[in-house]
Design a binder for this molecule. Structure first.
Ligand code: SF4
Length: 439
């Protein structure tokens, strides 16, 4: 480890939390590079003397991870290993006043919308000409495209609007420019993200405009896959499904967090939709885009969740047979609407309910995967690991969904597509052989 002396500044950006936070780190990274600075992202070498931690403040576990990461670097500062520790992101935005007192070793705290001030503190200028240009921290062949910031929804359990503010769409021209720039540098898959994709355009175009945006992005040369993540069920813009069905390079894939399968609980969560209406929506989505892959996430253990409500959710998952499912246990977040309710579901019961749903989903996923044996799929290869090249089909988003494993003897370049015939499956993974290399 380097001892204290005259050091050339090297900045290490550390990102916690979701893909939206990752995009913010990439924007910061691009600006610092644009200023000719020595900057790295998630360097394991610990050779940077300035550290910027982009935190998550969503739920308890995430907050704990953020605090521990800050402590790791403030300890390193006290040991003379780093000179400066800066903190930004959601946790900083939400608890800046308290944390400034509790963690005085941190040099400065920034909110989620303070890029110019942060750059100034790092002795860099905000380069307007870099808007729409983004260096990636993901493998070059896929990139997240954040189409909006913030959220106007009133979900009872959610602290995100407190940290990200109200919904603000980015202009279509700016997004298309960014997509073209990413495609020029080898991006083949664009993953559209926001707190709520379906709100896109309501503020700046006075109408839900996701379909038009997706259509324009689908015209960008070099983009083979466009994927939609974080759609909200109530007021869902059905016209985007026609674009999905008609455009070859728009994945038949939709991530739509539904949170619960109980109408009473949907009311408590202020989701603005009933279970019956949700089931109708799921059915019409499946009719409108045959073979679509549906991902959802649920929360168990919200205040007031009775055994009967949980059973409704369980039966809902059993009936709907989602292709992909994630389950969170409720986290009692201060300043949210639910915080005024007693957190009356014990933690072990929360966990028990989450485990029960994931066990159910494991069975469903296993059956659905079994049906894929013998079929051939277009696969985008992300990495090589443990004797396999590992990739994803159109039905799988990075980090959260299933993967396709091909023995490493069958060479494929990372970032390339190949056709793979599936010969074996497990709950969440598919195994196969390349039948047509690079497509
Ligand atoms: S839509 Fe998502 S981000 Fe917005 S309040 Fe609801 S849960 Fe939070």
């Amino acid at each position: 480890m380097k001892t204290k002396g005259v050091r050339t500044n090297k900045i290490n950006i550390v990102t916690l939390g979701c893909s939206k936070n990752l995009v913010d780190s990439e924007v910061l990274f691009t600006q610092l590079k644009g200023n000719g600075m020595n900057v790295t992202h998630e360097s394991k070498k610990d050779d940077a003397n300035i550290v910027v931690i982009n935190t998550c403040g969503f739920i308890d576990n995430a907050k704990e991870e953020s605090i521990n990461t800050i402590l790791r670097y403030t300890d390193a500062k006290e040991a003379g290993i780093v000179d400066k520790v800066y903190v930004t992101g959601c946790l900083s935005h939400r608890y800046k006043d308290e944390l400034e007192v509790e963690m005085p070793t941190v040099d400065a705290w920034f909110g989620t919308n303070e890029l110019p001030r942060m750059l100034k503190t790092l002795r860099a200028d905000y380069k307007h000409e870099l808007v729409g240009e983004r260096l990636l921290t993901t493998p070059a062949h896929f990139a997240y495209l954040k189409i909006a910031e913030g959220c106007d929804r009133p979900c009872s359990f959610c602290a995100i609007p407190l940290m990200r503010g109200g919904h603000v769409s980015r202009s279509m021209d700016e997004l298309v420019t960014e997509a073209k720039s990413l495609a020029r540098r080898g991006t083949k898959e664009l993953i559209l993200i926001a707190q709520d994709l379906t709100y896109y355009g309501l503020d700046i175009y006075k109408k839900r405009n996701l379909a038009d945006l997706v259509n324009r992005l689908a015209d960008v040369e070099g983009i083979d896959w466009i994927r939609l993540q974080y759609a909200y069920p109530s007021g869902f813009p059905m016209d985007v499904l026609d674009v999905m069905r008609e455009r070859e390079n728009v994945c038949n894939y939709l991530d739509m967090p539904l949170q619960t399968g109980s109408t009473e609980m949907l009311k408590l969560m202020r989701r603005g939709i009933t279970r019956e209406r949700t089931e109708e929506l799921v059915q019409s989505i499946r009719e409108r885009v045959p073979g679509i892959t549906l991902r959802t996430t649920l929360i168990v253990g919200h205040p007031g969740e009775t055994e009967a409500m949980f059973d409704e959710t369980y039966n809902f998952v059993e009936r709907m047979r989602f292709d992909r499912l994630g389950v969170f246990t409720y986290s009692h977040e201060d300043q949210t609407h639910s915080y005024s309710m007693p957190d009356d579901v014990p933690d072990d019961m929360k966990q028990e309910r989450a485990d029960e749903l994931m066990e159910l989903q494991q069975g469903i996923s296993s059956e659905l995967n079994q049906e894929k044996v013998g079929n051939t799929y277009k696969v985008l290869f992300d990495r090589k690991e443990g004797g396999y090249f590992i990739g994803r089909t159109e039905a799988d988003s990075p980090e959260v969904d299933n993967e396709v494993l091909v023995p490493a003897q069958q060479y494929v370049r990372l970032g390339d597509f190949a056709h793979v015939n599936i010969d074996r499956t497990e709950e969440f993974d598919l195994y196969g052989n390349i039948v047509q290399p690079t497509v």
